[in-house]
Design a protein. Sequence first.
Length: 96
Amino acid sequence: MPAYITLATFTDQGARSIKDSPARFEAFKAQAEAAGISIKSVHWTTGAFDLVLVSEGAEEAMMAVTLKTAMLGNIRTQTMRGFSLAEMKKVVAGLG
């Protein structure tokens, strides 16, 4: 299953209701798991991003859940495809 790393920042709306962030995550996790996405870890962070999420799932399911979350207006996200060690070994094995 493809892995994804999501970096999120709170919008003004999300920051105003920061106390609800843990409950919003739990609702997101339930929705994601219902779509077949496995949440591997979540971390609230300091610095340029407010949240880091690691997940695995089908690309189409990930896109749908990401769009639904964006519609709520609490966070802005940047999601990147991550490659495991085994996947990276396959990639580099094909290099000349």
